[in-house]
Design a protein around this ligand. Structure first.
Ligand code: SAM
Length: 294
C-alpha cells in the first residue's frame, strides 16, 4: 500500500487546536454553569463510566474526571487527533489516570459494544453533517436507562454575534463572486454552528434515535470580553469554521475581514465591557430500557 494513503487526513479542528486550548481559561469561565448543568443532567457521579463525544482539548472532560473519581472512567473522543492529544496532556497534567482518549468520528464511533452510564457532548454535535447518526451512536453506547446530555448553540436570533461573524466571513470570502455564490447562507445547514438550534430539531432527532424523557432548555451564556476586538481575536485563534471560510484569502484580506467583524460587533459594547449575547441549548434524555445493538 502507498505510504501516503495510510496517513490520517488533516481535520479542520487540527488547525484551531492550539488556539482553542490557549483560551481554556476564558472558555471555562464562559461555559462553567452550563457545563455543571450538563454533567448533572447526565447523572454523572462517583464511579460512573462516561463517554465524552467531541471532547476537544478536554476542558469538560477534566470536570467529569474529577466528578467520577478514581473508581470511574471517562473516554474522551474527538475527530481531531491534534486537539485530542492536548486533552490527553491536560488530563495527565492535572493528575488523572481514570481516562482514555480515542480519535473517532461521532457519527461512527466504533466502540466495540462497550456500554456507558452517561454520554455527554459540549459544543460538538452541531459540526456533524449527519447528527442523526451521532445520536444513534450515542444511544448505542449507553446501557439501558443510561443518560445523555449535550450543549449546542441555539437559533440565530438568539446568537447575533455568531450570525454577524459568519455573514461577514462569507461576505469577504465571496467578494467578487456572482450573486448566487453570495446568497445568504442557510443558518441551519447541516454541520454548521447553529444547525441544531432549529426549533424542535433536537427533540425530534433524540426521539428518533430512541431516547425518552427528552428535555431541551435554552441557557443564556453571554460572551464577556474587554472589547469586540478581544472576542474577534478569540474567534480568529480558536474558531475553526470561520478560519476555514477565510483561509483561501490572502493574509491582508483576512485581516480586513476580522477588522470588519470587530467593527460590526462593537454594537455590543457596554460601559462595563463588551457583552455579546449568546444562547445555548442544554439537552438531556434517557436511553431506552432495552440493551440496544448487543
Ligand atoms: C468547539 S470544540 C468543543 C470542544 C470541547 N467539547 C469543549 O467544549 O471545549 C468542537 C469539537 O468538535 C470536534 N468535532 C467536530 N466534528 C466532529 C465529529 N464529526 N466527530 C467528533 N468530533 C468532532 C472538533 O474536532 C472539536 O474538537
Amino acid at each position: 500500500m502507498c505510504a501516503e494513503l495510510a496517513l490520517p487526513l488533516p481535520q479542520p479542528w487540527d488547525e484551531a487546536a492550539a488556539g482553542w486550548n490557549e483560551h481554556t481559561a476564558v472558555i471555562r469561565e464562559w461555559l462553567r454553569d452550563v457545563t455543571d448543568a450538563m454533567i448533572s443532567a447526565a447523572n454523572i457521579e462517583p464511579g460512573s463510566q462516561v463517554l465524552d463525544i467531541a471532547a476537544g482539548a478536554g476542558d469538560e472532560t477534566l470536570d467529569i474526571a474529577q466528578r467520577i473519581g478514581s473508581n470511574g472512567y471517562v473516554l474522551a473522543t474527538d475527530l481531531s487527533p491534534r486537539i485530542l492529544a492536548l486533552a490527553h496532556d491536560n488530563l495527565r497534567a492535572a493528575g488523572f489516570s481514570n481516562f482514555d482518549t480515542l480519535v473517532a468520528d461521532a457519527q461512527a464511533l466504533n466502540l466495540g459494544g462497550k456500554k456507558f452510564d452517561a454520554v455527554v457532548s459540549r459544543l460538538g454535535l452541531m459540526f456533524c453533517t449527519e447528527p442523526h447518526l451521532a445520536l444513534q451512536q450515542a444511544h448505542l453506547a449507553l446501557r439501558p436507562k443510561g443518560r445523555f446530555s449535550a450543549v449546542v448553540f441555539s437559533h440565530p436570533d438568539a446568537n447575533p454575534c455568531l450570525g454577524i461573524a459568519l455573514r461577514t466571513a462569507l461576505k469577504h470570502a465571496n467578494a467578487g463572486q456572482s450573486a448566487t455564490c453570495a446568497a445568504p447562507p442557510n443558518p441551519y445547514a447541516p454541520g454548521t454552528l447553529m444547525s441544531l438550534g432549529k426549533p424542535g430539531l433536537m427533540t425530534s432527532l433524540l426521539a428518533n434515535a430512541g431516547f425518552t424523557d427528552v428535555e431541551v432548555r435554552p441557557v443564556s451564556a453571554p460572551f464577556c470580553w474587554p472589547s469586540s476586538r478581544h472576542y474577534v481575536e478569540f474567534v480568529r485563534a480558536a474558531g475553526s469554521p470561520l478560519r476555514a471560510i477565510l483561509s483561501p484569502l490572502s493574509l491582508e484580506a483576512q485581516a480586513e475581514a476580522w477588522n470588519d467583524m470587530a467593527q460590526q460587533l462593537d454594537q455590543f459594547g457596554t460601559p462595563e465591557g463588551w457583552v455579546g449575547p449568546n444562547e445555548l441549548l442544554l439537552v438531556s434524555a434517557t436511553a431506552s430500557n432495552r440493551l440496544n445493538g448487543a
